[in-house]
Design a protein around this ligand. Structure first.
Ligand code: SAM
Length: 307
């Protein structure tokens, strides 16, 4: 059953915050007033439709969260707030938001929203690719972002593989190119199955939740986007992730080749490694299950490699 919001003062504060946000000028007007045009180099495709941004924000809720304030009491990390459309939805859903944006122009654009948020929005103008997440985000934070296409994969790989596990993030709802979403959620033997699918699948339950057409964005991108949700698997802590990262890089580096050949990038004796993992040397990377990749990584790590 959904929990109540906490009632009383909390409800009143959230209602007042929503009123202040709704009173802000439309996003298009704010951008025009500041003369902020989209930069292709930063993957800027903005969402102005609040029905859509509300839907993305709702997707990030934890199980049992109240439906009328789905992010109440949660801290949400948003990479690339841009003009702040999704940021508005996250705040109105009850979240405290930590926004990380590379484009310094966003500091001015987001200032009125920061005022309206009255302490619930912190903006860091910095590159998300080099951010120190454990310093920026509290333990248990939720990630919710319309990610810039050019950095989505390295960012996600970092969140899946760097630091201790379980990681600082409790779940992640990210909008990415549909092709990237297909790779994140891909099953073995499918065309989209690759290193990203193995790393994501080993560490999290992944689900493609809904698609968004190019026409929803300003300016429209060339391709469709998808919203993907990742819920971390706590028991994935036992997986030697450095070794898994190296094994998958070698195996999918030459995905059409048999593993006895592609794993030569990793070891001089691929057949011994495969035999110890109970995998036929004639198999190809795209045929291996997640469990088989974990076995390979464990044996590789047990030889003192892949740290
Ligand atoms: N959240 C906004 C929305 O939905 O309308 C904007 C999303 S836009 C697809 C991606 C945003 O990420 C842009 O604001 C862009 O400036 C920002 N960005 C691009 N590269 C970045 C990086 N390395 N670190 C942080 N932000 C970045």
């Amino acid at each position: 059953m959904d929990a109540p919001t906490g009632g009383g003062e909390d409800d009143a504060a959230l209602a007042a915050l929503r009123q202040r946000i709704d009173a802000l000028p439309p996003l298009r007007e704010i951008l025009a007033a500041e003369g902020m045009t989209a930069k292709k180099s930063l993957g800027q495709h903005f969402l102005f439709d609040f029905n859509l941004t509300d839907k993305i924000a709702r997707t990030a809720r934890m199980p049992g969260a109240p439906t009328d304030a789905p992010l109440a009491g949660q801290t949400v990390v948003e990479v690339g707030p841009g003009p702040g459309g999704l940021t508005r939805s996250l705040l109105k859903a009850g979240a405290h938001v930590i926004a990380v944006e590379k484009d310094a122009r966003a500091a001015t654009i987001l200032a009125p929203l920061e005022d309206a948020a009255a302490g619930r929005l912190t903006v860091h103008i910095t590159d998300a690719l080099t951010a120190d997440w454990t310093a920026i985000a509290p333990e248990g934070a939720i990630i919710c972002s319309n990610l810039p296409y050019n950095v989505a994969t390295p960012l996600l790989v970092g969140w899946l593989t760097k630091g201790s596990w379980p990681s600082w993030w409790a779940n992640a709802t990210i909008m990415v190119q549909r092709e990237v979403a297909n790779r994140i959620t891909a099953a073995p033997t499918s065309e989209a199955y690759g290193r990203l699918g193995v790393l994501a699948g080993v560490r999290a339950h992944t689900e493609s939740v809904f698609d968004i057409a190019p026409s929803a964005f300003v300016p429209p991108p060339k391709v469709w986007s998808s919203v993907v949700r990742l819920d971390p698997k706590p028991d994935a802590a036992r997986v030697p992730i450095g070794a898994l990262s190296q094994v998958t890089a070698a195996a999918f580096g030459q995905r059409r080749k048999m593993l006895r050949s592609s794993l030569k990038a990793l070891t001089k004796t691929p057949e011994a490694l495969l035999s110890a993992a109970d995998i036929a040397p004639t198999e190809r990377a795209e045929q291996l299950s997640l469990d088989a990749f974990v076995r390979l990584a464990e044996i590789y790590a047990s030889e003192g490699r892949g740290q």
